[in-house]
Design a protein around this ligand. Structure first.
Ligand code: NAG
Ligand code: NAG
Ligand code: NAG
Ligand code: NAG
Length: 340
């Protein structure tokens, strides 16, 4: 738990307004927003309507999330996963209180639809991503915490949440990503153009990134709407739109030792992946559009081409820029949900 919230019942989503010391009627919402809500396939509902089960061991968790029939799965306490957790369609995975914690192995959402992951800490996942969303649609990743160790270099850990292989209609909201190098990659290979193009619609809002390296997020071929996020000490490059990716960037705040806030220059910088050349890997550029004003702090911005994604195709609540840092600091991450 990161701040003084104790009033929220995550199962029945409450608006944020009663808890924040803000003088605004609607500074932000904790309801589902963005592509996971408004899309051609229908709103992401997870396990709504299905049975509820509370799990405390890896074996119980594995069983509870298997199959595609709806279920709401509450995680209690820490679970060290011995292998990747394969989550089926129509599932909500929700942490109880503020101590639900997954370590060891991470979560795979592979070729599935309609999945919600909330209120869980996912840390120090070795050899793979915290969450991999692959060939899957309608996923909402909300109010989680992701942590590892940035001091071990770019390749000690994989992504925190990676979204690949034509996945679509996804929202990442109110997550706390910290102490990690490569955070969130959308589209994992420049050669997957035909597969990915026209998919990979992802909304990132009210996430808190702190002491991170690159990919906050980095996108290829997708449409990423990035609004009202707080970036603190995003050391090398926060937002990267490359390989014809479209990014709409608005109302974000960049603080501290953040070197580059946003780039559409295709070069994959050596701080990210010194793969084929110490000077970095060449890719073609992406696009970016700026919506509501951002606070770049002292970070640089390199927009080489402006795109066509200049307006999100849905309604959303934009937090006033002056309130973004406090709203996100207080609201992002795991929260105590007392009533579960
Ligand atoms: C809140 O807004 C009201 C009406 O706009 C104003 O009178 C009041 O002084 C504000 N309070 C604070 C703490 O800013
Ligand atoms: C569950 O998911 C499958 C897709 O894997 C879908 O076809 C089905 O309609 C879903 N069931 C319910 C009750 O939503
Ligand atoms: C992608 O997911 C669909 C189910 O939505 C499945 O039918 C298809 O085989 C999957 N494709 C790959 C390449 O995994
Ligand atoms: C910005 O993009 C241009 C390409 O248009 C590139 O030459 C330049 O090196 C980039 N600047 C930085 C700081 O990466």
């Amino acid at each position: 738990m990161r701040s003084g919230f104790s009033l929220f019942l995550l199962a029945t989503i409450q608006p944020l307004i009663s808890a924040l010391p803000l003088n605004s009627s609607e500074p932000a919402s904790w309801d589902i927003e963005g592509f996971a809500k408004d899309n051609p396939l229908g709103t992401t509902t997870g396990g709504e309507g299905g049975p509820t089960v509370t799990v405390e061991t890896a074996a119980e968790l594995k069983t509870a999330v298997a199959g595609d029939s709806p279920a709401v799965v509450y995680i209690k306490g820490e679970i060290a996963l011995p292998s990747r957790l394969k989550v089926g369609s129509n599932k909500s995975v929700i942490g109880v209180g503020s101590s639900a914690h997954i370590t060891g192995s991470g979560i795979d959402i592979y070729s599935r639809t309609n999945v919600i992951i909330r209120n869980v800490k996912i840390s120090f996942i070795k050899g793979n991503d915290g969450i991999t969303i692959r060939n899957s649609t309608r996923v909402w990743v909300d109010h989680n915490e992701f942590e590892s160790d940035i001091t071990q270099g770019p390749d000690a850990f994989d992504g925190q949440v990676d979204i690949i292989r034509a996945s679509d209609w996804i929202t990442l909201s109110w997550n706390y990503f910290h102490d990690h190098w490569k955070s969130s990659l959308v589209g994992n290979d420049p050669s997957f153009r035909d597969l990915d193009f026209g998919h990979l619609h992802v909304t990132y809002h009210h996430n808190h990134w702190k002491n991170e390296g690159t990919r906050g997020p980095a996108g290829r071929f997708g449409h990423l709407h990035v609004y009202n996020n707080l970036y603190e000490d995003y050391l090398y490059q926060a937002l990267h739109s490359r390989s014809d990716n479209q990014m709409l960037v608005e109302g974000n705040v960049f603080r501290g030792k953040t070197r580059e806030a946003l780039s559409t220059y295709g070069l994959v910088i050596p701080d990210d992946s010194p793969n084929t050349c110490v000077c970095g890997d060449e890719e073609i550029d992406g696009f970016a559009n700026l919506g509501a004003e951002n606070d770049w702090g002292s970070a640089t911005v390199n927009i080489t081409q402006v795109g066509t994604f200049d307006k999100a195709p849905y309604e959303y609540i934009l937090t006033p820029l002056a309130s973004v840092a406090s709203v996100v600091e207080q609201g992002a991450g795991v929260v105590l949900s007392t009533c579960i």
